[in-house]
Design a protein around this ligand. Structure first.
Ligand code: PAF
Length: 268
């Protein structure tokens, strides 16, 4: 496994690759969710490239950026065991030689759900993903469906800008109690972790979005939003862990027959 900090070296290496390249962009603190993306890539492509880059421009809160977990040594060991061929570790100067003068905005879906209370977040995400896709030029790129809004926006962006990369959404990987795997879970203390484990069940068992909000609030979670988009009920909550506030997101499939019954009731 090659570990590259210099993106000029990577471009040189990439220009000699003739077989398929799969790409998993991450911000590090790798967990089973990331590893499932890497394994999916390793299975379908001749080469798998992982990037680890904590992208400052997608954090609208400086404290959130400062406390973002990182453990490069452990990440490299996990990457190797998941079949990664190349790890890219770019820095801000290489990723943003323009000083973030050029930005990629989406003006509709990015303003809803997580965009409501994280202004600029998706501009940071889309800008860095566009840069990474141009740098890596992968045949396929893999994203977790936990970040349903991010996945949807990236897929739409690639179609809109005629990028050749196929965007693949991979299933959410969960802990035994249903908590979606996330690098932020490392920030939860024991009581906060116990509470976080109820997020998925409460979200999935509610009859509608309003009832989900009520159950989450009753369980002592601060609700940023619960909103059904298509057939996914998406939510973000904030859980107190010691003196920090940890934001968690999740989404579950809502039964369309149940929505159809509600709709029928509403129009009859
Ligand atoms: O999902 C993430 O970890 C990040 O948003 C991504 C896609 C790596 C962009 O920084």
């Amino acid at each position: 496994m090659k570990v590259l900090r210099c993106m000029d070296q990577w471009r040189e290496l990439r220009s000699n690759m003739t077989s398929s390249v799969g790409f998993v962009p991450t911000m590090g603190a790798l967990h089973e969710g990331h590893l499932s993306l890497l394994r999916a890539s390793a299975e379908a492509n001749a080469q798998t490239v992982l990037s680890i880059y904590v992208n400052a421009t997608q954090f609208n809160d400086a404290q959130d950026f400062a406390k973002y977990p990182s453990n490069l040594e452990a990440d490299l060991a996990k990457a190797k065991s998941a079949g990664v061929d190349v790890v890219l570790l770019p820095d801000f100067e290489q990723m943003y030689s323009d000083g973030f003068r050029f930005q990629l905005n989406e003006n509709e879906f990015s303003n809803r759900l997580c965009g409501t209370d994280r202004p600029g977040h998706f501009t940071g995400v889309l800008t860095v993903v566009m840069k990474l896709l141009n740098l890596v030029r992968p045949n396929r790129a893999y994203f977790g469906l936990k970040d349903f809004q991010q996945y949807t926006l990236i897929k739409d962006m690639c179609e809109t800008f005629f990028l050749a990369t196929e965007i693949i959404g991979c299933p959410i990987v969960r802990e035994a109690d249903g908590l979606a795997m996330s690098s932020r879970n490392a920030l939860l203390d024991v009581p906060a972790r116990r509470l976080a484990g109820r997020l998925n069940t409460l979200l999935a068992s509610a009859a509608n979005d309003e009832q989900a909000v009520q159950s989450l609030q009753a369980a002592d979670m601060s609700v940023a939003y619960v909103e059904t988009v298509g057939s996914r009920r998406c939510a973000a909550v904030v859980i107190r862990s010691g003196d920090c506030a940890v934001r968690l997101i999740d989404n579950v499939a809502v039964s369309t027959s149940h929505l159809a019954t509600e709709l029928k009731g509403a129009v009859s």
